[in-house]
Design a protein around this ligand. Sequence first.
Ligand SMILES: [Zn+2]
Length: 454
Amino acid sequence: MNRIMRRARILLVLVLVIALGISLFAADYLINARDWVLFPGSPHLYNAGNLGCGIVTDRDGVLLMDMRDQRVYADNDVLRQSTVHWLGDRKGHISAPALSNYAMQIAGFDVINGVYTYGGTAGKAQVTLSARVQMAALNAMAGQKGTVAVFNYKTGEIICAVTTPTFDPESPPDITQDTTGTLDGVYLNRFVQSVYIPGSIFKIATTAAALEAIPDALELRFQCEGSMQIGADFVTCTGTHGDISLKEAFAYSCNCAFAQLSLKLGDETLDRYIRQFGILESIHFDGIATASGNVQILNQAPVQVAWSGIGQHKDQVNACAFMTFVGAIANDGVVTNPYLVSKITVGNSTTYKADYPADRRIMSSTTAAILQEFMRNNVQTIYKDDYFPGLTICAKSGTAEVGAGLLPNGTFAGFSSDPNVPLAFMIVVESSSAGSSGCLPILSEVLSACKEAV
Ligand SMILES: [Zn+2]
């Protein structure tokens, strides 16, 4: 009897030990399985640091990349070049954080069923980009460096975001052999990772600050005699504009007027509003964080405060952040966060769906309405509507001086105020010999392609 009892006790202890072991494993699995599966070295999901499973399509279902077997890009080489900075390359020189961010949803992983078998049930990620617009934008850039982007300021969908220079991931270049400089920064996604001196598009922000902070801003008069002395320094203008209103100063992009306006606002007020508008913030979407912008306005000499309000001095903005800002002007002063990944499905299951509510007001709707009118006036009187048939475009141009002896960057930011084409845009053309006017023909092509994409 004792022997039976002893054996029963040993058996009980063994059962408890096994049960404990199973429990510990189960707990460890439930807690850590996701990390084990999603570990960047996992050969099931990754390939040279980039996601290596599932397929990616554009907003209309056009195939951009198939990773079910090996990484296969679109058939069209222009499409491949215009999207590689979002999809990543085979060697991992360009990472694709927006896809890696949803590795679990694309792999269709869950802790009960594990990773789904691929083939018939490959995860499909649909991005907001339009293949057609991406190609139109890359062709329109015609080998110039920079970035051009368009997003829907009502929904946040990024319809177009092209960065140049770029390359064909099916035949990657040997950048060490490039002596011409055409491939400098080729792995950089300039829309996400770069900051640029804005030039006069920054006057949109300075004007917004004035409309918010100065009750009679619309009654202000400015004097431009071609240049203006501040201390021992001068602010120079592109013309002699005489006695002008804020609206005229904005249309003529008068540096003297904006110097006077910046000094009237003062460093603290100008700095506070620039920050309130979110222009300098890193924009977060789909696991991506854009480069933060920068200004040095506080405690600067008056002439530097003046140049800051004009969009020079130490001003630096990220294209995505500035596009988001002008989108808010179009959207009555409320920011809509941009995003890239709209939906992920595995078989019949939807494992991810974008949901970015618009919830942050950065300026009054009155300020937004006045800016809309000012920016519309710019296109009607300065840039002309001919570039944008069928659209009601509101915009501001800039010519950003980047240093002595260097060609300036052309910049252009704005939006369509047509209710059925709610698109905002931002473009930078580096070393543009045509300055801001070099942006217009490119935008004309891009917005024309966009009209049919939304
Ligand atoms: Zn002037």
